[in-house]
Write a protein that binds this ligand. Structure first.
Ligand code: F6P
Length: 408
């Protein structure tokens, strides 16, 4: 490697995405890259020539330690869809002109299935114009919905936070001598992996959630209400987890059944928000019971004070593996994780063709959801548990976790 490399972050943030950034940065430097540039706000910012020389912002080992523990995307993010190659040649020409100006030999993009669309199109275009620049995807998403990989960096830490928060909410939710029904709304779009993590709350010190509803199974409101009514007869307080993406049989999201503001991103994804509130209000109205709707919302993807050490370590590894692969000549690939042993848990990295991963959503298999659709199987709990293990303490300053920040 004689030239420079560039790295960007794209899509929804996670609490360990900067560990992947450090993995790219350190490995590229250790393997001889002259400069490591960071695009600001991903490919969208690069098109406006917004980038930084990362060495000017990561100056010491302490900065590296802080950056690993800093939530969200240090370089800023975007939800920007590149045009189809035949419709937007000028966009691609501009990107390659900028990359050539910067003497870029390898381009790394840390993101989920939408962001991998960018790697797919840029690597395809590189072949078309016989460019030697290598394009590699570095996986991340709390949603865990990337194909071809055992799991995605970011998921384990979000799952750990969700399971821990659920335990705390259950303690609080069962405190009164009259019934309270708490509905928890968890992110994950059209995949229920994260919502399933609420099942990990159950243990010898916690009752666990009463029901779990994933988007993989059509949500039947009448059956849901009948279940609640049945349980409520005994005056039972309950904590119920629902995915933000639960849909009724005709394909509408549950939150769309009530007044809502429609916001759609460049990839056509609606902002999913409000299912818990809708269900809690319905229960209160029909049963006259006290309810509470809790959206974990962005808390679940930025809780860097509660990351999983397994997750943060793997996030670093996938960044490093992407650099190694690109420097050895790979392009148009995404680094994936392969679980090679269950006990002890061991994962290794490999690479897969980006065409198999871009824009594909990996859902929870139906055999990992109970037949009545109201809980998840032991196999799913067993799959998630190793990913939430061990901790990495925040660097505390004046009573609070310290972060590394870039003026965007
Ligand atoms: O893709 C990750 C994710 O956090 C989803 O779980 C969620 O639906 C979405 O991003 C929210 O995106 P935004 O932050 O753009 O509203």
């Amino acid at each position: 490697m004689h030239g420079n490399v560039i790295v960007g972050q794209s899509g929804g943030p996670t609490s360990v995405i900067n560990s992947s950034l450090v993995g790219v940065y350190k490995t590229a430097k250790d393997r001889g890259a002259k400069k490591v540039y960071g695009m600001l706000h991903g490919i969208k910012g690069l098109l406006d020539r917004q980038y930084v020389d990362l060495s000017e912002h990561i100056k010491s080992d302490l900065d590296i330690d802080l950056l690993k523990r800093t939530p969200s995307s240090f370089l800023g993010s975007c939800r920007f869809k590149l045009p189809e190659i035949k419709e937007g040649k000028e966009v691609y020409d501009k990107i390659f002109e900028i990359l050539t100006e910067l003497d870029i030999e390898a381009f790394f993009y840390i993101g989920g299935n939408d962001s991998m669309d960018t790697i797919k199109k840029l690597s395809d275009y590189a072949i078309l114009i016989s460019s030697d620049i290598k394009f590699m995807g570095v996986p991340k998403t709390i949603d865990n919905d990337l194909a071809c990989t055992d799991h995605t960096p970011g998921f384990g830490s979000a799952a750990k936070y969700i399971a821990a928060a659920t335990k705390e909410i259950i303690r609080d939710g069962l405190v009164y001598d009259y019934p309270v029904i708490t509905i928890l709304e968890i992110m994950g779009r059209n995949a229920g992996w994260l919502t399933a993590a609420t099942a990990l709350s159950k243990g010898e010190d916690c009752e666990g959630v009463d029901m779990i509803f994933l988007p993989e199974v059509a949500f039947d409101i009448d059956k849901f209400m009948a279940k609640i009514k049945g349980l409520n007869k005994n005056g039972k307080s309950m904590v119920i987890a629902v995915s933000e993406g639960i849909k009724v049989a005709d394909g509408r999201y549950v939150f769309e059944l009530t007044d809502h503001v429609e916001f759609v991103d460049a990839f056509g994804h609606k902002q999913l928000q409000g299912s818990a509130k809708f269900l809690a209000d319905k229960i209160s109205n029909e049963l006259g019971v006290k309810t509470r709707a809790i959206e974990l919302s962005t808390l679940q993807r930025c809780a860097s004070h509660m990351t999983s050490r397994v997750d943060i370590t793997e996030a670093f590894q996938v960044g490093g593996a992407a650099v190694k692969a690109a420097f050895e000549g790979d392009t148009g690939k995404v680094v994936v994780l392969e679980r090679v042993s269950e006990d002890p848990y061991i994962c290794t990295t490999d690479t897969q063709d980006v065409h198999k991963i871009a824009n594909v959503e990996k859902k929870v298999p139906l055999e990992w959801i109970t037949e009545n659709g109201t809980f998840v199987s032991e196999d799913l709990i067993h799959y998630i548990r190793p990913l939430i293990q061990a901790e990495l303490s925040p660097v505390m300053v004046d009573g609070l976790p310290r972060h590394l920040r870039l003026d965007l």
